[in-house]
Ligand binder design. Structure first.
Ligand SMILES: *Cc1c(COP(=O)(O)O)cnc(C)c1O
Length: 638
């Protein structure tokens, strides 16, 4: 092998860099020498397991792609990480209060998630935040720890309030957070009736507004929370009723995924001041709840870009504790117990969506004839001339001319002046020309702005077996970026640039924005498909918000889900398997009665028998296919 070839040889380090695995993966993901993506939540190398191995195991057990893999170890690890980071900050800054995290269950309400957090979180007294009766019921059935907190946000009717009061009676540390002034009276009334003293918190509206996608909850115009005069009203009302002893907590929520630590700090300082004033007013207080917002570095850039954050968890904890402490010490107030409602940061890493590639469309070079026939229309001949003369000296000019002639040719076609065959020829020439121009671009010192994205226009389309709307809705709804990486062949150079299309027939079902350290990439480097081998791609950090936001676009339903626990010795166990929706399931979600469906399908088949279109035997086979279809997975099955 020549020296230069050896230098240029692809290796796993290059893949690690290309896909940013070490930047966004929080050390949970690495690449093996054989080019497989490894998941390893342990510090020792031998604990790792290859994702493609797991996928093999999933398929051997009869589950088709796409599949959502959930790694329980990662969930545990993230809970520990956050709690340890707060405890370390508390210790090093000599903060006198403690930290009690709560998990906001709306971020991922799946029973397994809530169950695992309730079980593992017990060692840190990690509790829950709920926003509805349904969520409170889910938590009251899963949570055993009486030292952990339950924070009730959202609008509360008397049924909700009664449930909460009974929880307090049963020994839970439950707080009703007041979002609307009118709620206090009902809570006090129900409490009196049931003989329970409620714990009350107030949700305040800060004037601080953070940047980012999801931060509409903050700021003066926020639809949630109380303004300062409403807080005073409630305070006076509680005093008047002799119930000020109920007021123990203050809460705010700035919004999710706050990329800039400065916004977080400013908000904590403002909130801490309000808290201090409530204490001065005579409320017992004791709990300061800072809401969610702790961001995940989806693109690994460590910046204040919306899909990233310019701080890490340790820095977040230090800043929070420091800010609270500075205000309390200045106002001579006891250090409160600090609550945060981090959801995204706890669960995002936990799930990985894996799908296979079904097909590829390439913009390849066509065979263009040496000469065009004499009778070819003039404008096509002109385009052909431009095509033949492309050189590094005239790239911009050739590109402009190509656009010009392409438009003329299209017009001629619309006016019946050229045939479909001629138009097809012109398109071949056009795309080959673009291909040539793009191939020469790297030779230029300065690439004209118009031509910078030309490569992207030539990207392959990889058709993949999943629904964007069902499995990563935020990618569609708010252009959120997720790391997307092939889970094998990473010791080979990915030679294709591609965008990803999902299996729905919606033109929005496309991913054409990918993570990058400095920018947003429009294409993703992928490997050439092999004829006899499946190609598997993972979408990472999809544990937060995606599952319950997903919808039934084109009636693609829930994917298969497999929960996995690694044993730390390089092996793993399938803890739980949930079969995804069948066709029958999704039809019933949109109110098809499957009994009627069968009957009327049978009727149609019988009519065809009577009309002599099919035989009675054929009717049997048709009914069998129909049954198989109803029972099948909604995605592409092999
Ligand atoms: C959604 C929500 C959260 C979760 O925020 P993350 O940024 O995901 O941690 C916390 N608290 C409240 C009140 C919320 O509505």
């Amino acid at each position: 092998m020549k020296r230069k070839e050896i230098l240029n040889r692809w290796d796993i380090k290059k893949s690690e860099e290309l896909y940013g695995v070490n930047n966004w993966g929080r050390d949970y993901f690495t690449i093996s020498e054989t080019g497989e993506l490894i998941i390893n939540p342990f510090t020792e190398e031998k604990g790792g397991v290859s994702l493609i191995d797991i996928i093999q195991g999933v398929e051997d057990r009869g589950f088709d792609m796409p599949v959502l893999l959930r790694f329980e170890n990662i969930l545990d690890e993230q809970i520990s990480y956050l709690n340890n980071a707060f405890n370390n900050a508390i210790e090093s800054l000599e903060y006198k209060g403690s930290y009690r995290g709560v998990y906001p269950i709306k971020v991922n309400q799946q029973q397994q998630v809530v169950h695992e957090i309730a079980k593992f979180g017990q060692r840190y007294h990690h509790g829950f935040e709920v926003g509805s009766k349904a969520e409170l019921i889910a938590v009251m059935t899963e949570m055993k720890d009486k030292e952990a907190n339950i924070i009730c946000n959202g609008y509360k009717d008397s049924e909700f309030i009664d449930l909460g009061l009974y929880a307090i009676k049963m020994g839970y540390n439950l707080f009703f957070v007041i979002e609307m002034p009118g709620e206090v009276e009902l809570i006090l009334d129900r409490g009196k009736l049931l003989g329970v003293q409620p714990n009350i918190g107030v949700r305040i509206k800060l004037s601080t507004k953070a940047g980012g996608h999801w931060t509409e909850s903050g700021g003066d115009r926020s639809i949630f929370g109380l303004n300062m005069s409403q807080v005073i009203e409630i305070l006076d009302y509680l005093k008047e009723k002799g119930m000020l002893s109920c007021l123990k907590l203050m809460h705010y929520h700035l919004g999710s995924q706050i990329p800039n630590i400065r916004d977080i700090r400013v908000a904590v300082l403002e909130a801490a001041r309000v808290y201090a004033e409530l204490v001065k007013e005579g409320a017992p207080m004791g709990y300061l709840d800072l809401g969610g917002g702790l961001a995940v570095d989806y693109d690994g850039s460590n910046t204040n870009f919306t899909s990233s954050r310019n701080y890490n968890v340790d820095e977040y904890c230090i800043d929070v504790i420091e800010a609270v402490m500075s205000v309390m010490d200045n106002d001579d107030i006891d250090h409160p117990i600090i609550i945060t409602e981090s959801g995204r940061a706890i669960v995002a890493y936990y799930s990985v969506l894996v799908f296979n590639v079904l097909d590829v469309t390439k913009f390849e070079q066509y065979d263009i004839p040496e000469e065009l026939p004499e009778e070819t229309p003039e404008n096509i001949k002109n385009l052909f001339e431009v095509y033949k003369n492309v050189s590094v000296k005239n790239l911009q000019e050739s590109y402009n001319d190509a656009l010009y002639y392409r438009d003329l040719i299209k017009d001629m076609f619309n006016h019946s002046n050229i045939s479909l065959r001629e138009r097809a020829l012109s398109e071949k020439i056009y795309w080959d020309l673009i291909y040539r121009v793009s191939g020469e671009l790297h030779k230029l010192k300065f690439i004209p702005p118009e031509l910078i994205d030309l490569d992207d226009a030539l990207a392959d389309i990889y058709y993949c077996n999943f629904s964007l709307f069902q499995s990563i809705p935020d990618s569609w709804a708010i252009d959120q970026l997720f790391p997307i990486v092939p889970i094998h062949r990473l010791n080979e150079e990915p030679t294709r640039n591609a965008v990803i299309a999902d299996i729905t027939c919606d033109c929005d079902g496309e991913i054409n924005k990918f993570i990058d350290l400095h920018d947003v990439k429009k294409t993703l480097p992928l490997h050439e498909l092999r004829t006899s081998e499946d190609y598997y791609i993972g979408t990472f950090l999809v544990g937060a918000y995606q599952e319950t936001l997903g919808d039934l676009h084109n009636l693609f339903g829930d994917t298969n889900v497999v929960s996995i626990r690694l044993d730390g010795k390089g092996s793993y166990e399938f803890i739980n398997e949930i079969q995804g929706d069948t066709v029958e399931d999704v039809l019933s979600y949109v109110e098809y009665n499957t009994k009627d469906l069968r009957a009327s399908f049978r009727e149609n088949a019988e009519t065809a028998v009577k009309a002599g279109l099919i035989t009675a035997k054929e009717r049997k086979s048709i009914m069998e296919s129909f049954e198989a279809g109803l029972r099948g997975y909604t995605y592409y099955e092999r």
